[in-house]
Design a protein around this ligand. Structure first.
Ligand code: FAD
Length: 448
């Protein structure tokens, strides 16, 4: 009988276990997870802080019992401490009893995910500096937020941006720090981030942008002071949200990785050693807008990659389609969504990409209400291929980012996107849907 070891069980591990057991119910599948829960939706942490979660127990979509029912042997509260890839064995230790054991496997699935980046800054080990990644962190943040007067959030990416927003809406005096000179600088271009910054200021959030943190100092009154290159900010606690690194030390040097440790896989999710598979935050993605391997830790990638492992673990069958890193966030009354490259992201990569901006109401002026949508479409001036798009409005624009995701995936040019058969109905859009309109503007700017 084939024995599979799955190491790590949040999204990639849960989807891998489920898909493997569906395809191979007779295989022996061992799942190792150091936590006592699995499948935690960390995307709900900020919403829980702001009291927008009906029941925190619903932030899990699977359980050890459910995987056991499918036939898995579950090793919860168990740390995998060593993996010998060539010898096909792993060591694991129960966090309850401290006992260690060895398992021989035929196939190994590495879904160990990622860990928060913790830069070496004096004082960062303070227990007033809080991480934001897993269920334990969620509980800590929720407890700290309750009745807190002030917080400093470090990192204005998606996670820090959402936390800062929710803290400010429950009356916590909030400072948001980032070394970049804009919020969400990796996700949106300036025309959009200016609107977000205006919302933060309106809600009393202090923005400390273009400032690098240089020290954390605990004060006798229980507060912590965060010193930056531009100032000093004191609060009851600080949340560090400055990115993630793949958790792959167990297999480092045994399979091919990127410099940051992300496991390189082929289109069947196989690592450089064919009986090793990887998915999610521990692995690379194929980023379609550049055609290159990249590291983009998102649940969207983890679930799709994890699910593919079941279909490929015996016979390579179904290929991974890659990602556009399509994503969205709600900040105050603004919905923001994006897919593929921003202009700033393309510039950072040295790519020749142009962007077209369009601001127009999403539906006709005769309706009793309407709202402007900011659309930015990025495209390659040589091939005319669509490379990315961003949308921002008080209306729901999330479907537009998904639409452009399909266009990038399918290799659409701006000309094709401008001529797609999009619906028109005044409740929903203008005679020309803003996705088609921004593409038509790009065609006009570039010339036929
Ligand atoms: C606050 C927050 C909000 C987010 N919001 C979104 C969002 O809205 N949309 C989106 O697409 N993505 C979002 N993400 C990203 C998303 O959560 C991650 O991409 C996703 O969790 C990756 O899943 P994974 O299973 O690959 O890895 P992880 O979630 O990192 O899970 C890895 C698991 O492996 C276990 N493990 C690691 N090493 C060992 C070992 N040696 N032994 C045993 N167990 C081990 C860990 O305990 C962990 O449970 C968010 C992330 C955070 C932190």
């Amino acid at each position: 009988m084939t024995t599979v070891a799955i190491v790590g069980c949040t999204h990639a591990g849960t989807f891998a276990a489920t898909s493997i057991l569906r395809e191979h119910p007779d295989w022996s599948v061992h799942v190792f997870e150091r936590g006592d829960t699995l499948s935690f939706l960390s995307c709900g942490i900020a919403l829980w802080v702001g009291d927008h979660v009906s029941d925190p127990r619903k932030m899990f979509y699977s359980s050890p019992a459910e995987l056991e029912k499918l036939g898995a042997t579950m090793h919860m509260r168990t740390d995998v401490t060593d993996i010998d890839v060539a010898g096909k064995t792993l060591e694991f230790r129960s966090l309850e009893t401290g006992d260690s054991q060895t398992l021989r496997f035929d196939k190994l699935v590495v879904t160990t995910g990622s860990r928060p980046v913790v830069p070496s800054i004096p004082g960062i080990e303070s227990d007033r500096v809080q991480l934001c990644k897993n269920w334990d962190n969620a509980v800590q943040i929720k407890e700290r937020a309750h009745g807190a007067k002030s917080v400093v959030v470090i990192g204005a990416g998606y996670i820090g941006a959402e936390l800062a927003e929710q803290f400010s809406t429950i009356g916590v005096e909030t400072t948001l720090i980032d070394a970049a000179d804009r919020v969400l600088a990796n996700n949106f271009d300036k025309l959009i981030t200016d609107q977000v910054e205006e919302r933060y200021r309106k809600h009393g959030v202090t923005l400390a942008l273009g400032e690098k943190v240089t020290a954390f100092t605990d004060n006798a009154d229980g507060t912590v002071t965060v010193t930056t290159t531009g100032g000093a900010y004191t609060a009851q606690f600080a949340v560090l949200a400055v990115g993630f690194l793949p958790n792959t030390d167990l297999v480092r040097g045994q399979v091919d990785t990127l410099a940051n440790g992300a496991i390189i896989t082929n289109e069947y999710m196989q690592a450089s050693v064919p009986y090793v598979y990887a998915a999610g935050d521990s692995a690379t993605v194929h980023y379609n807008p550049t055609g290159e391997l990249d590291y983009i830790p998102l649940a969207t990638n983890a679930v799709r990659q994890g699910a593919l492992i079941g279909q490929n673990i015996d016979v390579p069958t179904r290929t991974y389609m890659g990602t556009q890193a399509t994503s969205a966030v709600q900040l105050y009354d603004l919905s923001l969504a994006a897919s593929g490259l921003t202009q700033a992201g393309a510039d950072r990569r040295g790519m020749d990409v142009r962007s077209t901006e369009l601001v127009e109401d999403y539906r006709p002026a005769f309706m009793l209400s309407t709202a402007p949508v900011t659309s930015i479409l990025s495209w390659d001036p040589q091939t005319r291929l669509v490379k990315g798009a961003q949308f921002c409005s008080t209306a729901d624009i999330s479907g537009a980012a998904n639409t452009v995701s399909v266009a990038i995936q399918a290799g659409f040019t701006i000309d094709m996107l401008a001529n797609v058969d999009f619906l028109f109905q005044p409740n929903f859009d203008q005679p020309v849907y803003y996705v088609g309109a921004v593409a038509a503007k790009a065609v006009a700017e570039q010339g036929a």
